[in-house]
Design a protein around this ligand. Sequence first.
Ligand code: OGA
Ligand code: NI
Length: 333
Amino acid sequence: MEVTETPIRVQSITQKVPPQYIQPLNLRPTKPTTNNTIPTINLSSDVITDDISSACRDWGAFHVVNHGVEKKLLDEIRRNGLGFFEEMSMEEKMKYGCEAGSAASQGYGSKMLVADGGNDGVLDWRDYFDHHTFPLSRRDPLRWPHFPNSYREVVAQYSDQTKILAQKLLGLISTSLGLSSSFIEDAMGELYQNITISYYPSCPQPELTLGLQSHSDMGFITLLIQDDVAGLQVLKDDEWVTVDPVSHAILVILGDQTEIITNGIYKSSVHRAITNANKARLSVATFHDPAKTTTVSPAFKPPRYNQVVYGDYVKSWYTKGPNGKRNIDALLI
Ligand code: OGA
Ligand code: NI
């Protein structure tokens, strides 16, 4: 499988959209036909198990408020992220460049790979910075931007607080299915967390491109915040629903491992990002995954999915590309 790192960052494209970023007709964004909105769950009150379970069952993605992550920190990580992407020169940023073709490396990058099959070689209109944050042995802030000054400290604090929230949510998800509250956490074993700050430059022809192509996340649970520029869409009953930015809410996205362990009672959310012509957009996605050696299997019988070693799952994801949910469908019994 050939894996190619794009030589340039999207942010440095100033003219019209180069051909490798133009989506085939059937994948281009269309005007949303629904004004459905994703549910919001208030975590400060006694959380109603039914609310969690219907949000997970019907959507696989929902907002949480009163989530325990300091509001100031949400603002700060967005501000520091923007500072890196918009105020550092390209030359400075490239000093943090990801290694070519390496999916495992952290740093500044564009599309991680161009797989021959999965995405027809079309590139995303997105640059990103990926940080390894847990286990702590992987956390090396010296590899993160040194500008703005507070960047490293803010990312570390954000990592600590979102990990606690992720654990709380995994507990609620477990109990909503009648499992012990530590069930998913125990099955996950050592928690791996990565934080990806994505920067979607404004795009001269947004009708031709995607910021991030349709996919579901590989791990257990993703916590995502966006700035005030809309662009994220989740698939609900075969329609794309725009997730309106809510400044201090956090979006919870269920990943493929949650679908496997819940035996498909809860489905991972298929989502994508669209671009716009007017304003750059920033998001911060925090992924919570098992170790590569961990085997994940359904908690209920009869199993509808084959068990999988997480590292194999990740490898196959990078081979096939993230189109839709093809990866997890391969595990269906
Ligand atoms: C992701 C993701 C969406 C966004 O990074 O997996 O879905 O809005 N990001 O950046
Ligand atoms: Ni995603």
